[in-house]
Design a protein around this ligand. Sequence first.
Ligand code: PGA
Length: 257
Amino acid sequence: MKTYIIGNWKMNFSTGESSLYLHKLLNKVPSYRDIEVVVAPSTLSLQSLSLQTERRKIKLAAQNAYAADYGAFTGETAMASLRGIVNYCLVGHSERRHIFGESDKDVRAKVAAALRFGITPILCVGETEIERDMKETASVIKDQLLGGLSDVSKEDLDKVIIAYEPVWAISGHGKATIAKPSDVDEVVKLIRETLAATYSKKIAENIPVLYGGSVKTTNAAAYLSVPGVNGLLIGGASLIASEFLGIIDIAKRTIVE
Ligand code: PGA
């Protein structure tokens, strides 16, 4: 399975800045066969960056899109209109769930819409600090996972990526605590066990599961070494070229070792 290194730029960089930054990354990122490098810029920048990027080196993801194909949905961007522009779309990122009130029902519709248009959904799941303190992690993860996937046919499950992002470990949310590799191990196991029990062992083994939350060059190797982790979703550190490139380099070395 490939290792995914995905930079979520969130609401940072103007279109001009995004283009300059992508240019810088393209100059430095080799074309790897076993590492899939993806960046998720703002929706506004996607079209121009899709003309600029060299997809064998860096592919594009949308950070969000709407499930309906067209209609009276002021301010939204249809998944349908991202076809051909992006290869991936984040769905259900914790900022979408908690700041913008997205429910599992919304998330499920977006996962299905992405697949309808040949876009790989990256379904994000993760518990908040309070849920963790209340020992609700397992039930929250299962609900978000199965809730997000319930409209996906068995044949399409191999076109989905799961990202485990504990909300309490995401930087930019006040006092982010760093997740221990053992925390990640526990939940990644739970994700695969849930998939195996609901679908099949084969499906559970074939779905890539990523980790995200305060990933940096200093901890990337430790997360990538957790069994069953197939890549990283990186926010803050993906905005700094030396960090993002450093993490790609670590991924390369971790795979080889
Ligand atoms: P972070 O963000 O790496 O800044 O913690 C991760 C994410 O929200 O995807």
